[in-house]
Design a binder for this molecule. Structure first.
Ligand SMILES: [Zn+2]
Ligand SMILES: [Zn+2]
Length: 143
């Protein structure tokens, strides 16, 4: 399914779904979780497919543009991404010390945001809520 969406998106841009681009797509959708572009590049490098770092990063940007992949947040280590296609909506807590990511979804917060949009006569299509702080483990070793 994601292949078809990406193929359409790519061809609408007048581009081709090359072997490298397909490999990036398949690698991202072969697992469920958060990842950094560099990890993605290293995983693809370990596979049979030869794709340059630049082409992996460019393809990742195309996937974000297509809506199949979303940027979770910008951290000290770089940007963190995740698959969005086929995933339930959720928000994130990110630990500033170790980078641990906790997913959560609160119907109360979702409803409140809908209400706020309505009040502002705004048609909300997406949001990205990130709470930064210290996770349970890092709190215990706080300086
Ligand atoms: Zn932590
Ligand atoms: Zn997530």
């Amino acid at each position: 399914m994601e292949n078809k969406i990406f193929r359409n998106f790519i061809s609408n841009k007048g581009l081709k779904l090359t072997k490298e681009r397909l490999a990036v797509l398949n690698e991202i959708f072969s697992f469920r979780g958060h990842f950094e572009p560099e990890q993605l590049y290293l995983r693809i490098k370990d596979s049979e497919i030869k794709a340059s770092r630049a082409s992996v990063y460019r393809t990742l940007n195309l996937l974000v543009e297509s809506g199949l992949v979303g940027k979770v947040a910008r951290t000290e280590k770089g940007n963190v991404y995740e698959q969005t296609f086929g995933q339930e909506h959720h928000d994130h807590m990110i630990c500033d010390r170790c980078g641990a990511i906790i997913e959560f979804c609160s119907q109360k917060i979702e409803n409140l945001q809908d209400e706020l949009c309505k009040k502002n006569n705004f048609d909300g299509t997406s949001h990205n809520l990130v709470i930064r702080g210290l996770c349970k483990k890092c709190k215990r070793t706080k300086r």
